[in-house]
Design a protein around this ligand. Structure first.
Ligand SMILES: N[C@@H](CCC(=O)N[C@@H](CS)C(=O)NCC(=O)O)C(=O)O
Length: 231
């Protein structure tokens, strides 16, 4: 039976933009596990499993519900040990946790103001109201004010926030080494989020990080690239 993934969707249900859900789509494809997605707008998340989670992704594997992207990846690794490994061993699990922590503290925060108003633009009316209210309360600024400075912010984002990735890709094609691991999918999710919601060029063509992202878009039959980029 196919695993079900509750996957955040935009006004157009075909548009799937959540960075955390992309991690899991890539992880499921990496393991070669059949899965189906259930398009889920922000305001419908509380209905999953009768209030099972405040966030997506959530997976349903034969009636067993799992939430939190990192825990889902660990579950898939342990439940399907004969499939290609997401972590390449214990050390890989521990290192992927560091990559996730870095993405939360140092990658998502500077990326969000570059695309936050564009995320809102893709939602339906009910979800626009929810997104605006929750995010403006959280950040103490309007979405418009947050995104207004992006032309001035993107240079520092590329130079500083992406420096550790750029340095790494000088030596190896993936964070996982010669082949990708869940660490790659954690970071991929962030850039796929930006690619799907916004035409703003957060990555510069020809940069090592951009080259790596292009490689990731082609992985697993190109499931990342199949999702159309925002125009
Ligand atoms: N720590 C969670 C974070 C998931 C998360 O923040 N998901 C967002 C979508 S990208 C969400 O569901 N937000 C619900 C909301 O804002 O109401 C994970 O890794 O799964």
């Amino acid at each position: 039976m196919a695993i079900i993934l509750y996957d955040l969707c935009a006004r157009d249900e075909r548009i799937r933009f959540s960075p955390h859900c992309w991690k899991i789509k890539m992880a499921l494809a990496h393991k070669g596990l059949p899965f189906e997605t259930r398009p889920t707008p922000f305001t419908k998340i509380p209905e999953i499993g009768g209030g099972f989670s405040k966030t997506v992704p959530v997976i349903d594997d034969g009636g067993k519900l799992i939430r939190e992207s990192f825990d889902i990846a660990l579950y898939l690794e342990d439940a399907y040990p004969d499939r290609p490994s997401l972590f390449k061993g214990e050390g890989g699990r521990a290192e992927a946790k560091f990559v996730e922590s870095w993405a939360i503290t140092d990658l998502h925060p500077p990326l969000l103001p570059l695309i936050i108003r564009d995320i809102h633009g893709g939602l339906d009316e009910e979800n626009q109201a929810y997104f605006r209210e929750s995010r403006e309360k959280r950040f103490g600024k309007t979405l418009e004010d947050m995104q207004a400075g992006r032309d001035g912010l993107v240079g520092a984002f590329r130079d500083k926030a992406l420096a550790p990735l750029r340095l790494t890709f000088k030596r190896q094609p993936f964070l996982g080494g010669d082949t990708p691991t869940f660490a790659d999918y954690i970071v991929f999710g962030a850039f796929q989020w930006a690619r799907v919601v916004s035409p703003f060029p957060v990555l510069e063509a020809g940069d090592g990080v951009s080259d790596w992202f292009e490689r990731c878009l082609d992985l697993h039959g190109g499931i990342g690239r199949e999702m159309r980029a925002a125009a």
